[in-house]
Design a protein around this ligand. Structure first.
Ligand SMILES: [Zn+2]
Length: 307
């Protein structure tokens, strides 16, 4: 049986750092995952290779894996990099600029970043690592301008890709991020990448703590057009779900944070159902699934609305 499906992007944070068990990947676990890729026919390609394929609108090979690392933790330099080198696996590291600039002890230096760029690409993860949906538009643009300027000054080039701090974004945050010329934006919603994926909203699953790699690898991309909800709903009430599917199905699975999974009917490739569910958190996931195919909508309360 093959678990191959559309391409998968994974994100790591810390490596072999027992102080942070929920955001760290042990060396043993990393080797286990890499051995799994190697012995099951997966091909680890760079994020750039995947993005170029998406830009050309060509089908994405089923066995592609893209590895990314959020935050430039020193633990990658100490514990992760040697393993990536051993397997010759490319990666993209998303840099939290202020942490390196101000030499926070847990983070890599500019020199260390340059050293790892022999195998990986360095990308952008903000200047001050803010909760972007809680940052007003003016401050947000200032954070981008400042961080990109310092990135360029010390590393000598502009980053091509961006990942949101904490994986948190809204339509406003996404629109502002796009002003800065990134070629692709990566989220932190579990899923897969197909040629239908939005290049500015690429799904990525987290491989941290104790994870089930096979669970993530079985997901495929669900071609779904979300009509409602478009963003975090007014008065916290998720009234209606309206989604058009590009495939036939009798029913779909629906997950809402705080409510778990339920089964909902699909009629003529369309889901239209009244939910009237009060969202319980500031950060919610709505996930639709048809068999192994999933599509996620992240609903985060944006303090500064839709401007
Ligand atoms: Zn981060």
């Amino acid at each position: 049986m093959t678990l191959w499906s559309d391409a998968h992007i994974f994100v790591y944070h810390r490596f072999g750092d027992s102080r942070h068990p929920t955001t760290s990947t042990s060396k043993e676990e990393l080797v286990k995952e890499f051995e799994y890729f190697k012995s099951n026919g997966y091909e680890v390609v760079s994020l750039g290779t995947l993005v170029e394929k998406l830009k050309k609108q060509e089908p994405i090979p089923d066995n592609w894996i893209v590895l990314t690392i959020d935050d430039n933790y020193k633990s990658f330099y100490q514990n992760g990099f040697e393993i990536f080198k051993r397997y010759n696996y490319p990666f993209s590291m998303f840099v939290y600029v202020e942490a390196t600039q101000k030499r926070y002890p847990d983070y890599m230096s500019w020199e260390e970043l340059k050293e790892i760029s022999s195998l990986g690409s360095l990308e952008y993860h903000s200047y001050s690592h803010p909760h972007m949906t809680y940052t007003d538009s003016k401050k947000l643009r200032e954070d981008f301008k400042k961080g990109l300027k310092i990135f360029k000054k010390y590393l000598g080039f502009m980053p091509k890709y961006f990942s949101y701090p904490y994986g948190e974004y809204s339509k406003r945050v996404k629109d502002i991020s796009k002003e800065f010329g990134f070629e692709a934006i990566i989220n932190q919603n579990m899923g897969a990448v197909s040629k239908k994926s939005d290049i500015f909203d690429l799904d990525r699953s987290a491989l941290v703590g104790k994870t089930n790699l096979k669970y993530y690898l079985k997901f495929r991309y669900l071609d779904a057009k979300w009509i409602e909800p478009k963003g975090y709903p007014k008065n916290d009430i998720l009234k209606t779900l309206h989604v058009k599917l590009n495939k036939e199905a009798n029913s779909a699975g629906l997950y809402i944070s705080g409510y778990g999974w339920q089964k909902i009917p699909v009629r003529k490739n369309e889901i239209k159902t009244t939910l009237n569910k009060k969202l319980q958190k500031a950060r919610n996931r709505v996930i639709l699934s048809v068999n192994n195919e999933i599509s996620t909508k992240l609903l985060i309360k944006d303090k500064y609305g839709t401007k």
